[in-house]
Design a binder for this molecule. Structure first.
Ligand code: NAD
Ligand code: WQD
Length: 340
C-alpha cells in the first residue's frame, strides 16, 4: 500500500514507519515538525533501508493537504498528527481544538474529495475518562467521557468519524485506542523525545536515569491497588506500531467505523514499572513518593481481545522489554535527537 502518515515524524509515527516498511508498504509523511524532527526519519532509513518522503506542512493547511493528495495516489491514511499533552490542553484548550479537531476536519474533507476512504485514527484510552473499576479491563463498549480538552478532541473526532461512516458507506474508519505507549525500537535509534520536562512516566524515568532530572516523584501510594500506586496498561511502541500494520490489512474489510483497543491487557503499577526499570539498568532509580496527581485514575487497562479477533494481533513484549528498550534509546541519545 501507499500510505499517507500524518505526524509520522513523531514518536509513534516513526516506529510505525519502520513497521510499515517491514510489511512492504510505501510511506509519505505529512508533519509540521511542531513536536518532532526530521532526524527521526533519517533514523527510520538507517533501520529499514528506506526513507519516507517527508512533506513539512500542517494538516490544517488546506492548500498543503490538497497538493499532497493531488501529487500521489494513496491507499490509506494513518492519522497521528495532533497535540497530546493533557495538562497543556487544560491551559490552551483553543490550540487543542484548532490543531486536533479543526485540522482533522480539513484532512477528512480533502480525503473525501480525493476519494481516499480508508483511515486509521490515533485515538486514546483517554476516551474512557476516569474509568469505573467495575468496567476493568476496559472493553470498547465501556462508557466514554472526556476529562480534559485533549480527551474531548479524541472523543469528538471519534464521533465525527462515526457519523461520517454512517452517512457514506465508502468510509472505513479504524479508531485505535492506545493505552500507555512506552519503549523504543530495539536498535536504540528512534524513541520518545519530549521537549521540556516530560509529563509522562517513562520518559521521566529515563531522564532521571541518564542524569537530566534529579529524581522521580511517584504520584500517590494510597490508591486502592495492590501496592498503592496507580496501575496502567503500558504497551511497547513496537507492538503498537505492528498493531497499525495488522489493522491496515483489515481496514477495507471492516465496514463503517470500528473502535479497537491497543493494549496488552496487563495492569502494571508505577512501583512495578520502576522495579522493572531498575532491573534493566542494573542500579536503583532515585525516587520518592509524593501526593496524588489531580485527575489520575487509580487503574486503567484494556481488554485487547477485539484486536486479536479482528486483526490477529496481540502485544508480544513485556514490561522488562519496554524498560530495556527505553533505556537503550535514552542512554544512546541522552539529549534525544538534539545534537544528532
Ligand atoms: P508526537 O507528538 O511524538 O507525534 C505527533 C506528531 O504530529 C509530531 O511529529 C508533530 O510534529 C505532528 N503534528 C502535530 N500537529 C500537527 C499538525 N497540525 N500538522 C502536522 N503535523 C502535526 O506524539 P505521539 O506520542 O507519537 O502521538 C501520536 C498520536 O497518538 C497523537 O494523535 C496522540 O494524541 C495519540 N496518542 C498518543 C499516546 C501517547 O501516550 N504517546 C497515547 C494515546 C494516543
Ligand atoms: C502514568 C502513571 C502517574 C509521571 C497519559 C494520558 C493518556 C495517554 C497516555 C494520550 C500515572 C504516574 C507519572 C511522574 C508518576 N496519552 N506518574 N510520576 O496519565 O496514564 O496517561 O498518557 O492519549 O491520555 O493521560 O500516563 O505516563 O502521565 O502516567 O508517578 O512523574 O505514572 O500518576 O499513575 P497517563 P502518564
Amino acid at each position: 500500500m501507499h500510505l499517507l502518515v500524518t505526524g509520522g515524524a513523531g514518536y509513534i509515527g516513526s516506529h510505525t514507519c519502520v513497521a510499515a516498511h517491514a510489511a512492504g508498504h510505501t510511506v509519505t509523511v505529512l508533519d509540521n515538525l511542531c513536536n518532532s524532527s526530521a532526524e527521526s526519519l533519517a533514523r527510520v532509513e538507517r533501520i529499514s533501508g528506506r526513507r519516507p518522503r517527508l512533506i513539512v506542512g500542517d494538516i490544517a493547511d488546506r492548500a498543503v493537504v490538497r497538493s499532497v493528495l493531488d501529487s500521489e495516489k494513496f491507499d490509506a491514511v494513518i492519522h497521528f498528527a495532533g497535540l497530546k499533552a493533557v495538562g497543556e490542553s487544560v491551559a490552551k484548550p483553543w490550540e487543542y481544538y484548532q490543531n486536533n479537531v479543526a485540522g482533522t476536519l480539513v484532512l477528512l474533507d480533502e480525503l473525501r474529495r480525493h476519494e481516499v476512504f480508508d483511515f486509521v485514527f490515533s485515538s486514546s484510552a483517554t476516551v474512557y475518562g476516569n474509568p469505573d473499576p467495575a468496567n476493568l479491563p476496559l472493553r470498547e463498549t465501556a462508557p466514554l467521557a472526556a476529562v480534559s480538552p485533549y480527551g474531548a478532541t479524541k472523543l469528538w473526532l471519534e464521533e465525527v468519524m462515526r457519523s461520517m461512516a454512517a452517512a457514506d458507506p465508502r468510509w472505513h474508519f479504524l479508531l485505535l485506542r492506545y493505552f500507555n505507549p512506552v519503549g523504543a525500537h530495539e536498535s536504540g535509534l528512534i524513541g520518545e523525545d519530549p521537549s521540556g520536562i516530560p509529563n509522562n512516566l517513562m520518559p521521566y524515568i529515563t531522564q532521571v536515569a541518564v542524569g537530566r532530572l534529579k529524581e522521580l516523584t511517584i504520584f500517590g501510594n494510597d490508591y486502592p491497588t495492590p501496592d498503592g500506586t496507580c496501575q496502567r496498561d503500558y504497551i511497547h511502541v513496537c507492538d503498537l506500531a505492528e498493531g497499525h500494520v495488522a489493522a491496515l490489512a483489515k481496514v477495507r474489510e471492516l465496514p463503517g467505523c470500528t473502535a479497537v483497543n491497543l493494549g496488552t491487557g496487563n495492569a502494571v503499577s508505577v512501583a512495578q514499572l520502576v522495579a522493572s526499570f531498575e532491573k534493566a539498568v542494573g542500579r536503583p532509580l532515585p525516587h520518592r513518593y509524593g501526593p496524588r496527581r489531580p485527575g489520575d485514575a487509580a487503574a486503567c487497562w484494556a481488554d485487547p481481545s477485539k484486536a486479536r479477533e479482528l486483526f490477529g494481533w496481540t502485544a508480544k513484549r513485556n514490561a522488562d522489554d519496554m524498560c530495556r528498550d527505553a533505556w537503550n534509546w535514552q542512554s544512546r541519545n541522552p539529549n534525544g535527537y538534539r545534537g544528532a
